[in-house]
Each structure stands twice: as structure tokens, then as C-alpha cells.
Design a protein. Sequence first.
Length: 285
Amino acid sequence: MHNVSQQQAAEATPVSRTEQTRFWRDRRFRNMECLTASFITHEFSPHSHDTFSIGAIETGCQVAMIRGAREHTGPGALYLINPGEIHDGQPGAPDGYRYRMIYPDPALLTEIIEDMTGRAFHGMPSFSRQLLTDAPLATAFNRAHRAIEEGTALEGEESMYGVLATMFARHGSAIISTRDYHEPLAMRRVKDFIARHFDADIGLETLAKVAGLSRAHMIRAFRKHYFITPHAYQTDLRIRHARHLLRSGATPSDTAAACGFADQAHLTRHFKARTGLTPAVFRAG
């Protein structure tokens, strides 16, 4: 789908024949989570993050769904996914794909924007397009990511700061209000109810009563507006909470119990489907 220059092709690393991941937190960027991964068969379930999800594919092709649209992405493509945006991802070619990702929180991105521009930033940083093609910037991102992965202190930090500032300058904007004025009240009630009871067993009848709709109508309306089913949204909230607990040092077994999963195996299955990592690897990163 995307044209790749000879220089990019020369720099690209061949897709591994085995699935591999490397996950770490970089203290130079407020313990920002970083990921380098090669996936051949792994399919991400619909999920979201409390942070931005920013990255680029080095080789291969991924098929991703976001905001109801499914797109093929390859080298030269950027992921600029805002916090809370539901998305998924699957290999789009037999050999899979290799990509690099970072997960900066809004405060970090705001700090970088202010540092690089020398001006106070008002509002919430946001990207209007989540999947786009900007080959030079994707290449620069991969180089900066590779530098911080290799531990090149000054080069890595300087490069990543510059790349993030450029990404926002080219493709970002400020949101002054995060309120969704097109959000149906019934769906807001259901979403808020699930958020308050994410760790409990919730039945469709209960959610239908909250919405004031039939069960089938409630499911269709929820998925139409949020691009995810009520059950998948509840699971996503459980995984987001599990990430916080694991980062704070909680064990996978204690995390499973606290988040409403039947057992640790149940947590592990859903956690890997949404992060590409096991809870133990995420906790140790």
C-alpha cells in the first residue's frame, strides 16, 4: 500500500520468523512504556490505553481498525492514537510485521511541546488522524526509538524529543473540552455504569435497564457509538486497571482477583490479547 524508498528498505530490519517482543520503561521520559515487537499470527483484541499510542511499522503490514474504519499500514505509516481510542490490529501479510511503539502520557507530551516551543500549552494534546502516512517522520521515529532501545543516552533523548515535537506540530492540535456533544445520553449512562462496576459480573438485562432500551438495541447502539461491545469495553477497563496494579508491583494473581478475572490464566489470556505481553513480562519491564 505504501511506497518505500531505497534508503528505508535498506534500513528496515527483516520480519522475524518467530514472534518477539521487547518491553521496557524509560525513566528519561517519566517511565514511558516502550515496545519493539514482531508479530506473525498474534491478533490484538479491541482495546484502548490511558496514554497515547505512538509508533511506526518497520517491515511487513498490519491491518488495524479504529473509529470504525479498517486500514492496511506498512513502512512509512504512523500510529498517532489518542488516549481512550478503541483500536485493534492483525498481521496483514503472511510474514507479519515488525513495529516500534511508545506510550507517552498526556503530561509528558505537553511538557515536550512546551519545552520545544518555549510557550505554555493550553488544552489536551490530540491527533485528529490516528493512522496516516508520513514516511520521513516514520523513519525519524524508528531511528529515535532504536537509539533509546540501545541506551544511547543523549542521542536517544534528543532525537525522541524532537520527533514527538515534530509529530505534534505537523499532525496535532489542542482540545479545550473533552466532552462528546454527540454522545447519546443512554450510552453515556451505560458506559458510566460499566466503569463503576468494571470488576463485577454485569448482565445484559441490567445494562438494558440503565439505557432504557431492549438488550439487542442497547448492544447495537453501544457498538455503533464506541466501536466496541459492552462486554469488550468492560474487559478493556479491567486490563487498563490491571496495568496500573502491575506497574505498582502487584502480583498477577492478586491483580486477577482485584480486576474481576476468574483466575490468573484468565487475566493472562485477555492481557496478552490486548498488549501483546504477559502480565509477568509487563510487570518486570
